[in-house]
Write a protein that binds this ligand. Structure first.
Ligand SMILES: C[S@@+](CC[C@H](N)C(=O)[O-])C[C@H]1O[C@@H](n2cnc3c(N)ncnc32)[C@H](O)[C@@H]1O
Length: 266
């Protein structure tokens, strides 16, 4: 077989790339992945993440780098993610880390708060939220069991600021029976997150008995599913409306929704 890469005649000049594609290439080259470069700067505190999370965070948090935030991560382990986040956010940030293991208290330091307790304990979560909240970003990298992830989301979601993010890592445990998961297992975190998709759309139905309007419709901007990671973005929003424009005249309407029998909610 002939070598498909062998050139038999001079290669034609490459077609000019569209301007947008060019801009994307330049942008990607100009913005090094902080999370990847951080891997070479760790100390003896081990960092433990799935490799592809570094690319997800690079994309997801592009507007957050250097900003002063209130950030909380559940799960400290060997402490490796503390400096990862400390170096990513601004120097005026409040960084809070939770763990059930009392030994993790040793990781507290300047600008780094450590709280010891169980992420499945609503009383503990409430006390932490009252002390440090509200939060711009919460990352759950704790015990990864279903009741832990669900309880933390339920009790910490109200403490996320408008336009903030709630991130749950290692959601592959939703498929592991040992963690309370299983394929399409009711109550697994992945199933809870799928339910959120319905709830986000609960504006658009009049099936009140089986599908009532849920507060998530006013609060959830997006639910993003990555491999083993779910991200919920909060946006406190008005009911959706259509927008039309003709001859430069813009009109807004909520008719599309009222025909579905939800006049009462507007
Ligand atoms: C995957 S490790 C955290 C790794 C760390 N975030 C990193 O990126 O290097 C999980 C941690 O969650 C903690 N953990 C387990 N169950 C917990 C619970 N119920 N509440 C709080 N922390 C828990 C464990 O003690 C462990 O330190």
């Amino acid at each position: 077989m002939s070598d498909p890469s062998a050139a038999s005649s001079p290669a034609p000049a490459p077609a000019a790339k569209p301007a947008l594609a060019q801009a994307a290439i330049v942008d990607a080259a100009a913005r090094p992945n902080y999370f990847r470069t951080y891997l070479t700067r760790t100390d003896d505190r081990m960092l433990l993440k799935l490799d592809h999370y570094l690319d997800v965070y690079h994309d997801l948090l592009r507007d957050w780098q250097g900003r002063d935030v209130t950030f909380m991560e559940i799960g400290i382990f060997k402490g490796g993610s503390i400096d990862l986040w400390k170096g990513f956010f601004g120097p005026g940030s409040t960084l809070v880390f939770l763990d059930i293991d009392p030994a993790c208290q040793a990781f507290a330091g300047p600008g780094v708060h450590v709280e010891i307790g169980d992420q499945a304990d609503p009383v503990f979560l409430k006390s932490v939220a009252e002390k440090y909240g509200p939060f711009d970003i919460i990352v759950d990298d704790g015990g990864h069991k279903m009741d832990q992830q669900a309880t933390s989301l339920r009790h910490l979601w109200p403490t996320v600021k408008n336009r903030g993010l709630y991130v749950v890592e290692d959601t592959h445990t939703s498929y592991w029976p040992g963690f309370g998961g299983g394929f399409r297992q009711r109550g697994s975190f992945i199933e809870i997150a799928k339910d959120l998709i319905d709830r986000m759309h609960s504006w658009y139905t009049d099936q009140d008995e089986i599908f009532p309007l849920h507060p998530a419709a006013r609060q959830v901007e997006s639910v993003k599913f990555y491999d083993s990671m779910v991200v919920v973005e909060k946006h406190l929003k008005d009911p959706p409306k259509t927008i039309s424009s003709k001859n430069g005249v813009v009109q807004e309407s909520r008719k599309m929704l009222t025909v579905r029998g939800r006049k009462s909610i507007f």
